[in-house]
Design a protein around this ligand. Structure first.
Ligand SMILES: Nc1ncnc2c1ncn2[C@@H]1O[C@H](COP(=O)(O)OP(=O)(O)OP(=O)(O)O)[C@@H](O)[C@H]1O
Length: 244
């Protein structure tokens, strides 16, 4: 089953085409790595998949209800000076389905506590967001999507500026979400993270998308020095490993 599909999609920013003839299916229960150089169109595609950017042509078919779609933007794009605690942030995950002004019931608070325990941030429940480290912040943001019971989760570089222990926690939680049937799409730049997490890969390059298996990508770039595991910034047009 694939509740998210792209059909001959064309997307533009500022009147310029960014991506065209993009096809593919994102399988339920799978984690897809979205990769490509800076400016390749990853954020543009994410916005289209979230229903925030109208395609120039083609379609994004998404059967996941809007209240179950979540987007975790790059940390740099977030204004976390808003006076809110970790627990308060996590509880807002119930807003899309229960509304912002209906208040929380005991079950919401119980679930919030379970989520904080799962993410190892119970001790930070009352800490303001502005006083968190990058890793703590990312755990709290993922906690919000767990509260939302997201079935489609798009994450833009979730492991950037995050400590190794947090990377492990986040990866385990993401895998659990996928095992429970959620569709996950993760913008990644790191080969090691891709090999640990991805079931499938969508490469954006030169205005087009190509699908690949993680294995084929790793095989192709196996000779890279281990201390420089970042993915290459360009992908040759001849690279067509795998299809949607
Ligand atoms: N609001 C905008 N108006 C005009 N052009 C834009 C706008 N946002 C992005 N672009 C352009 O669209 C193209 C794709 O940008 P996008 O942000 O989707 O790339 P990206 O792959 O997410 O890059 P990065 O890895 O740097 O985050 C780029 O050429 C960018 O300059």
């Amino acid at each position: 089953m694939a509740r998210l599909q792209l059909e001959d999609l064309q997307l533009a920013r500022g009147g310029q085409t960014v991506l065209e003839h993009l096809d593919g299916r994102f399988m339920d229960g799978a984690i897809t790595a979205l990769i490509g150089a800076n400016g390749a169109g990853k954020s543009t595609l994410i916005q289209a998949m979230m229903g925030m950017l109208r395609p120039v042509a083609g379609k994004v078919h998404c059967e996941v209800p809007k209240e179950r779609r979540a987007w975790l933007p790059q940390q740099l794009a977030l204004d976390l000076t808003f006076p809110m605690s970790v627990e308060e942030l996590i509880m807002t995950g119930s807003w899309p389905s229960h509304g912002a002004f209906t208040g929380y019931c005991a079950a919401h608070y119980r679930r919030g506590r379970e989520i904080m325990a799962r993410l190892g941030i119970s001790h930070l429940a009352h800490r303001p967001l502005g006083e968190l480290s990058g890793g703590q912040r990312q755990r709290a943001l993922l906690g919000r999507t767990l509260m939302q019971e997201a079935e489609l989760l798009l994450l833009d570089e979730p492991f950037a500026n995050v400590d190794v222990e947090t990377v492990d926690v986040l990866m385990n939680v993401l895998r659990e979400m996928a095992d429970n049937g959620a569709t996950l799409i993760v913008v990644l730049h790191d080969m090691e993270q891709l090999s640990r997490l991805a079931d499938d890969v969508l490469i954006l390059s030169g205005g087009h998308g190509r699908w690949a298996s993680p294995e084929s990508l790793l095989e192709r770039y196996a000779g890279q020095p281990p201390k420089a595991p970042r993915l290459p910034l360009t992908f040759p047009d001849t690279f067509h490993a795998g299809t949607a």
